[in-house]
Structures are given as structure tokens and as C-alpha cells.
Ligand binder design. Structure first.
Ligand code: GAL
Length: 905
């Protein structure tokens, strides 16, 4: 080979290697979830006095208020004790726009002499935990009316003060770097000390926030982090969880780097032929000198695994700029992309994703690299027609979900969240409202990847209070930083289609004053992202009131169908409202209407109570849909909370108002807390899917309407009614077909056809006999689907099915194992309640067990559990780094023992 060519090859090689080295070392994002020491004070009353702020005392302890109670005025407090708030507020500064309103840190180091923050404090007796961690979820449920934590917050010990400590080894080579602590979610009132010095904190438990540790760390040594959380009781209307319940990262960068949430991508002029992608990059200069830098970005297509494939599809022209010492500056540029692969919701579209790789160069040397995932799609909002994605009208078939993951609590787990979305997708759901707070960032990664449309939401209360310790206590100080941080974090996600900045807030009731609060928040949202419409979810505000004027879209909770229209509610002092879609459409002809909450229908999976109402929708009372002795609601799926409506009634009202963009059902999954109508229980009844992930009958009702092309038919109730022989036992059938013939023991009970606005077929006079029910569905006269259910024999078998029989050995991945009690022929017994014991061998552990029964007070960590309506769930996790075969064994008296194997790799 000629010498000059050799030289050339050598240079190429060196430059590639150099690029790789600098690429890795310019920015590191290190998970620091493992091995924390944890200590929680035994009583919420007796703790240290390092408080963020004083809180109003709660005198009336167990006041249970219905969800739609009118929020009330905040209580003003006199501050007597020393509080740490002045040292915490400066953490918000990057998210406060007016320079005059930014906070100055006072002198002093509160808590600096407290033992738990000291480097040499011996925490060896503390519990060792890995994050994400929810300190309450494994504990016993608190029962009874006078329990410390009531049904509303899930009867688990979420309240209290706790500390997390971790040692950080910071190598000497980190000297000169900027080092940040990124916390995705800390429940709540977090305050952080590093090497004995108070760094800062963030009160709102759902916020993702950052601390700059640089000046507190000692490179070349072991550094001590100490985090104090103080989670108040009466802080929510649902289970908030407690602890560092999302991921925690250490970010190391050059002092000149892309800022936190430092890129903002928007797409315009989107078509299949081309799109304009605009990118704003925000650069922080934490160094002591002014710098000149070059910012350049490339766009890559991502594959299904989220990895970049091939060469860049486009490049932004490099931009030269300067950033003054200690300041921040941003650059903007746009690029055209030819034949973009668009992001859109399945089944008609595909959620293609791109990634912008941004590089920052100083004197030709790369000093930072930053990845931003995004999608190219157009969103159009039309007040008469609804929501369009890439020109196609997409009916919102959405659900509300709270943030907890059932028996796993608030501790975020990607696989558990993915499973929730998978089951929702099977039902035909295409949209999620993040009620009522920012989700884990990884949940939005999933919605981006899977193509769900998201209504991202931040607050359940503003200035007026719903519960004594909710967000209203910190609204004045934190509403701006929380709102801005929320939007900056999520605004690159293509799945997010709108910003909801309030749910049923008390300001609906306060006219101009309330609207002024809304205006202030609206402006924050629009300043951070003018591209998406805002919305408020309103259960009370009427078209003539002030509040609905503020948001871009109208969000109605239950008002579309009408609230408490049944004559039995005449004279009530609660909200009573005639159907409102037309009135809002008339008053705001330019605003899209979305039903942000519908239904709040409820049921206990597999429980059927008689007699069955003839109504299309009915409230629950003892003897009519509910039984307060057993704390269960009937699964004929005709009952709803007093202010709600059955699914059938909602379908009718949404379908007959085609200008309505669609609905978000309350709720997709059951959630912990808010067990209306039985506050003695621990979890909700409103889910279409129960807390364990088992489908209630309602699942098939939604599927029949939301997936009209998917052949299915579903019969209810089950057919194990030895005590009902000869009694009237109504049979209802859900189908995506239009006609059904029902057979009892092969004898036809007649064919029925769905009328317009009819969503179920009812045989209300069936006289029960043991045996077999068969439903044959037709569509357009042709056979479409068939289902058969049978009376079963006695319990003889345990049948276990893992949703995945192979999982990753990373200590995070999960296998969800459904255990069925079956008769000797393998037929699942729909009313079985047998107690099952679980044990495990091999490189795995049982994380939790559940059965979806809202009234089951056995701790989720228990290794034995009764089946509920024939089913039990066991959640299994592999051990980190240990591959092998996990053997899960199930035993139950008088039933053959059973075991299954799960491979971890
Ligand atoms: C709504 C409220 C939800 C939930 C639901 C229960 O009024 O917005 O958060 O409480 O009722 O039915």
C-alpha cells in the first residue's frame, strides 16, 4: 500500500476512535437506583423538625368527600417555627421567567448539624432498598373507619417522614465537570443534602426535577447524599404512594452543555412528502469564562426498539454562538425532511419515531451530545369535526389512568406500565389522560412508541382545596415552576396532543377571580409550548361562566351526558346538570369539545347482584347494583357513581354528538384509593380492567364499540348459579356484530338485533338452569363470532399462565402470572375463592400477589391469597444478573399442586 494511503487510513481510524472517546465522556447519564439506605420515622407525628413549611392541622380526620364535592377556600396559617422553604425555593429558579421573581438563597445551612446528613453517620442498620421505591405498598392495609390513612388514600401508610441515603463515588477525573442529580419523581416535599450541605428540593411529588451538585461534591472521594421526604396524609383523593418512586440519575457534563430539558422540537408543514422540523437548543455555560461554541444536530430514524438506524436522514446547519459565563443561550434552526415517516396512532397509522442528535463543539472539540426523541405528525383541531392526526380524523377512545401500578404501587416499572397499555390497546383504546398529574417519563416513552394519544395533565387543585394538604398549600410558590417544568419535560413527545392544566378545580366556582388564576397558568403553558391546545376538565362550569373562556378546548367531566338527572336526585345540593354538549358547542363554536371524564361506571369483576335494573344507567344502592356488606358492585355494567353514567349511556350521547372529539373513560384500570362507593375498601371500582389486570365484563362492552371490525361476542353473567335454579337470571351479550342468537342448553332463546344507539343485547327473563349458554353473533346477516359458557364442576385444578415465560434477568423485568381455579375438565370456576399459597425457587422473587378484589385487605406482599371470581395474580421478577429457571409453585387445599417455569436471561 502506498505510504500516503496508509497515513490516510491511520488518521481516519484515530479520528473515529477519538470521536468515540469524546462521545462517551462528554455526557454521562448514570442510573443511581441501586443500594440506598432507607429509614422512616415510626410515627408521622414524631420526626425531626426539618420541615419545608407548616401545614394546617387536620381536625376532622375521616371526612370522606365525594369526588365532585365543591372545593373550598384555603386556610391561611401563621408561621411560628423555622422552616426550610427559603432554601428550597431557589431550586425553582430555572422555571421562573421574571428575573425579579427568582429566589435568593439565604445564608446558612439548615439541617447541617443533623446526624442523618453527615458523611460519617452509620446507616448500616437502615433498610437497604433499590429505587424506584414505594415505602407503603408492601405494608398491611389499615382497616376500619378510624384508620390513620383512609380509603380515599388507599389505607396504606403513605404518610410520614423518611430519609434515603446513598454514597456516591466521584472519581478525581470528574473534577471540572458539572454534575447534576435528576429525580424523576419524589413523593413528596423532597429536600437534599450533599456532604452535610442543604442543596435544595422540590415539594410536588409528581415533578421531575434537578439539582446542581457540582459545588457540593468532592471529586476523588466518597460523597454522601441524604434525601428527606415528608409525605402528608390528606394530600390526595387517591393513593399517592410514598418515597423516591421513580428513577434517579447522575448526569455528568462539561460545564458548557445542553441545559435540562434543553431541546424543543416542533414540526410544521407536515405531509407524506415533506416536513419542516424546527429545533431549539438551550445551552448552559456553568464555567467562569465566556465561550464560543458550535451547535449542530442530525436527525436519525429510530427502529422499533428505539435505536437509531442507518445514516442521518437530515442535518441542521451548524450554528455558531457565544454563551457568557454563568449564563444560558439558545439557538434555533429548521430543516426540511423529505418523505418523512409520520407518527400516528394504530391501527390506521404507525408511530414512527426520530431522534435528533445534538452536538456542542468548542474549538472544534466535541463537548456535549444530547439525544431528543420526537415524531413528525400534524395535529388539527376542528370544533365541528374533532381531532385529526395527519389529516385523518381520530375519534378519542380514551381512558383516564392514575399513576399507580396496582400491587406494585407508585414505584414505576416499565413492564407493568407497558402491560397496562397492551391490555388497553386490545380493547381498542387509543388515548390516555394522565389524570391528574405528570406521569413517569418512561410512560410517555411507551405512549410515543406504541402510538397512544396523550392528554398530559398537571393539577387536581389550584388555590382552592379539595383535601387539607393537597397542592393548594404550595400553589402560590410552585404553580409557575411546576407548570413550566412539566411542559419543558414533555413537549417533545409526539404522543402528547394537549395540555390539561386543571381537573375540576375549585376556581370553576369563583367567577372572574377563578378565571384570572386560569389565565396566569394558561400563559405559562402557552409560553412553553404554543403548538398544542390547552384544556381544563370541568364538571361544574357552564357555558355562560368565566372559566371555560380561558382554555383552547372544552373538557367536560360527566356534563356531556348530564349529571344526576334521575328524579331521585331532585332537591339535592350536589351538582345536577342537563346534558351540556350542545350548549357548549353553541357558546364556543370555535372550541373543540372533549369529554375528559365519562362514565365513572363501576363493577366488581365477576360479581353479579340481583335483581338487575331495567335502566340504561343507574346509581348504586343496596339492593340495586350494590351490596355494602360485601363491598361489591354488580358486573351487569349498568351502574355508575351518582354523577356518572353507564358506558351504554355515554356511547349514545357521544355518538349522537359527532362534533365531540371523543371520550376519556374514568377509568381504564382500577387504581388504589378512592373506593367509591365503599370507603371501607382499598381500591377503586371504576376500572374497566381490575387492579390485577383482569378484564371486567365492561372490557368487552368497550371492545365491541371501539373495535367494530374485530369479531367478538361476550356473554354475562357466568353460569354457576346452583342457588338460582328456576329463578330469573338475565343474560346480557356484548358484540361487535349487530345481531345475536342465544341458546340455553341448545334451546334457542331467540335472536335479537341491536337498534340504533343500542350497545348490548338483553335477555332479561331467562329462567336459570344448570348447563350451557351459547351466543352466536351475526354481522350483516353473516356469522361473526361465537361464545359458550358452562356450569363448572368443583375445584380440582390450578392452572397458571405467565404473560411472558421468558424475562430479562435485570431485576426489573416482570412476568405476570394468572392463576385460575378450574374443575377437573380444566374449566375455570368463575366464582371460586380458594386460598392459594405461592412459593418460588431459582433466581427470582415474588414481588406481589393480587386478585383484583377492591375489598381484599391482605397485604400485596402476602404469599397466599384467595382467588377472587376464580382468579389470582402473582407478579414475578428475576434477580439482577442471575439467569436461569425460576420455578413458581401454587398450592391449595384439596387441589392438585401446580408449578410453572419462567426463564430469566
Ligand atoms: C371525578 C374526578 C376524578 C375521580 C372521579 C371518580 O369527579 O375528576 O378524579 O374522582 O370523579 O368517580
Amino acid at each position: 500500500m502506498p505510504k500516503f494511503l496508509l497515513f490516510f487510513v491511520a488518521i481516519l481510524f484515530v479520528s473515529c476512535v477519538n470521536e468515540n472517546i469524546s462521545f462517551d465522556s462528554v455526557r454521562e447519564r448514570i442510573s443511581i437506583n441501586d443500594s440506598w439506605s432507607f429509614y422512616k420515622y415510626e410515627s408521622a407525628e414524631i420526626t425531626d423538625d426539618l420541615i419545608y413549611d407548616v401545614r394546617p392541622e387536620v381536625v376532622e380526620r375521616n371526612v370522606v368527600k365525594d369526588a365532585d364535592s365543591k372545593p373550598t377556600e384555603a386556610i391561611s396559617l401563621e408561621i411560628k417555627s423555622k422552616v426550610l422553604k427559603p432554601w428550597i425555593l431557589p431550586t425553582a429558579n430555572d422555571f421562573i421567567n421574571d428575573p425579579n421573581k427568582k429566589y435568593m438563597r439565604p445564608e446558612g445551612n439548615p439541617g447541617g448539624d443533623f446526624p442523618f446528613v453527615q458523611t460519617n453517620f452509620d446507616d448500616s442498620s437502615w433498610e437497604k432498598v433499590d429505587l424506584p421505591h414505594d415505602w407503603a405498598i408492601k405494608e398491611p392495609f389499615q382497616t376500619g373507619w378510624d384508620s390513620e390513612v383512609g380509603g380515599g388514600m388507599g389505607r396504606l401508610p403513605v404518610n410520614g417522614v423518611a430519609w434515603y441515603r446513598k454514597k456516591l463515588d466521584i472519581p478525581a477525573s470528574d473534577a471540572g465537570k458539572s454534575v447534576f442529580l435528576d429525580l424523576d419523581g419524589t413523593m413528596s416535599y423532597a429536600m437534599v443534602w450533599c456532604n452535610g450541605k442543604l442543596v435544595g428540593g422540590w415539594p410536588y411529588g409528581y415533578a421531575s426535577w434537578r439539582l446542581d451538585l457540582t459545588s457540593y461534591l468532592i471529586p476523588g472521594g466518597t460523597n454522601q447524599l441524604a434525601i428527606r421526604l415528608d409525605n402528608p396524609n390528606y394530600s390526595a383523593r387517591w393513593y399517592p404512594g410514598g418515597g423516591i418512586y421513580r428513577n434517579v440519575w447522575l448526569i455528568k457534563t462539561n460545564p458548557v452543555h445542553v441545559a435540562q430539558f434543553g431541546t424543543y422540537i416542533t414540526t410544521d408543514n407536515v405531509s407524506e412528502d415533506s416536513a419542516t422540523v424546527s429545533l431549539e437548543v438551550n445551552i448552559d455555560n456553568d464555567s467562569k469564562s465566556d465561550v464560543k461554541i458550535e451547535v449542530s444536530s442530525e436527525v436519525y430514524l429510530l427502529n422499533d426498539e428505539g435505536r437509531k438506524v442507518g445514516k442521518p436522514v437530515s442535518k441542521f446547519l451548524p450554528i455558531n454562538t457565544s454563551v457568557a459565563a454563568g449564563k444560558n443561550s439558545s439557538v434555533k434552526s429548521s430543516v426540511a425532511i423529505k418523505n418523512p415517516k409520520l407518527w400516528g396512532p394504530p391501527p390506521t397509522q404507525k408511530p414512527n419515531l426520530y431522534m435528533a442528535l445534538t452536538k456542542v463543539l468548542q474549538d472544534g472539540k466535541q463537548i456535549d451530545s444530547y439525544e431528543t426523541r420526537f415524531g413528525i405528525r400534524s395535529l388539527t383541531f376542528n370544533a365541528d369535526k374533532g381531532i385529526f392526526v395527519n389529516g385523518e380524523r381520530i375519534q378519542i377512545k380514551g381512558v383516564n389512568n392514575h399513576h399507580d401500578l396496582g400491587a406494585l404501587g407508585a414505584a414505576f416499572n416499565t413492564r407493568a406500565a407497558e402491560r397496562q397499555l397492551e391490555i388497553l390497546r386490545e380493547m381498542g383504546c387509543n388515548a390516555i389522560r394522565m389524570s391528574h398529574n405528570p406521569p413517569a417519563p418512561e410512560l410517555l416513552e411507551l405512549t410515543d412508541k406504541m402510538g397512544f394519544l396523550v392528554m398530559d395533565e398537571i393539577f387536581d387543585s389550584w388555590e382552592r382545596k379539595k383535601t387539607p394538604h393537597d397542592f393548594h398549600l404550595i400553589f402560590q410558590d410552585w404553580s409557575e415552576p411546576d407548570t413550566r417544568a412539566f411542559i419543558r419535560r414533555d413537549r417533545n413527545c409526539p404522543s402528547v396532543i394537549s395540555w390539561s392544566f386543571g381537573n375540576e378545580v375549585g376556581e370553576q366556582y369563583t367567577g372572574e377571580a377563578g378565571a384570572a388564576v386560569a389565565h396566569r397558568l394558561y400563559d405559562f403553558v402557552k409560553e412553553e409550548d404554543p403548538t398544542r391546545p390547552t384544556i381544563l376538565a370541568m364538571n361544574f362550569a357552564k357555558p355562560f361562566m368565566e372559566l371555560p373562556v380561558v382554555p383552547d378546548m372544552i373538557g367536560l367531566n360527566y356534563q356531556g351526558e348530564g349529571i344526576r338527572q334521575d328524579p331521585m336526585f331532585e332537591g339535592t345540593d350536589r351538582i345536577r346538570t342537563a346534558p351540556q354538549y350542545d350548549a357548549f358547542h353553541k357558546k364556543f363554536p370555535e372550541k373543540v369539545i372533549v369529554s375528559t371524564e365519562t362514565a365513572s361506571a363501576f363493577s366488581s369483576r365477576g360479581i353479579y347482584l340481583f335483581p338487575v335494573t331495567n335502566a340504561l344507567s343507574a346509581p348504586v344502592r343496596n339492593g340495586s347494583g350494590g351490596d355494602s356488606k360485601i363491598h361489591q358492585v354488580s358486573s351487569y355494567e349498568l351502574h355508575a357513581v351518582d354523577f356518572g353514567s353507564s358506558a351504554d349511556k355515554v356511547f349514545k350521547s357521544v355518538e349522537s354528538h359527532p362534533f365531540v372529539a371523543g371520550e376519556f373513560v374514568w377509568t381504564g384500570w382500577d387504581y388504589l384509593g378512592e373506593p367509591t362507593p365503599y370507603y371501607e375498601a382499598r381500591s377503586s371500582y371504576t376500572g374497566i380492567i381490575d387492579l390485577a389486570g383482569f378484564k371486567k365484563d365492561r372490557f368487552y362492552l368497550y371492545q365491541s364499540f371501539w373495535r367494530p371490525d374485530f369479531p367478538m361476542v361476550h356473554i354475562l353473567p357466568h353460569w354457576n348459579w346452583v342457588n338460582r335454579i328456576g329463578k330469573i337470571t338475565p343474560v346480557h351479550v356484548f358484540t361487535s356484530g349487530d345481531e345475536v342468537e342465544l341458546f340455553l342448553n341448545d334451546k334457542s332463546l331467540g335472536k335479537k338485533k341491536k337498534a340504533k344507539y343500542e350497545y348490548r343485547l338483553r335477555w332479561d327473563d331467562v329462567v336459570y338452569e344448570l348447563g350451557k349458554l351459547k351466543a352466536v353473533a351475526y354481522k350483516n346477516g353473516k356469522k361473526w363470532a361465537q361464545e359458550e359458557i358452562k356450569t363448572t364442576g368443583d375445584a380440582a385444578l390450578l392452572i397458571a399462565e405467565a404473560d411472558r415465560s421468558e424475562i430479562k434477568a435485570d431485576g426489573k423485568d416482570l412476568s405476570f402470572v394468572t392463576v385460575k381455579i378450574a374443575d377437573e375438565n380444566g374449566l375455570p370456576i368463575p366464582d371460586a375463592e380458594n386460598l392459594i399459597q405461592f412459593s418460588i425457587e431459582g433466581p427470582g422473587e415474588i414481588v406481589a400477589t393480587d386478585n383484583g378484589n377492591p375489598a381484599d385487605m391482605r397485604a400485596f406482599s402476602s404469599l397466599e391469597r384467595n382467588a377472587f371470581s376464580g382468579l389470582c395474580l402473582v407478579i414475578v421478577k428475576g434477580k439482577d444478573g442471575e439467569s436461569g429457571i425460576i420455578q413458581l409453585t401454587m398450592e391449595s387445599e384439596d387441589i392438585q399442586q401446580h408449578n410453572i417455569q419462567i426463564q430469566t436471561k
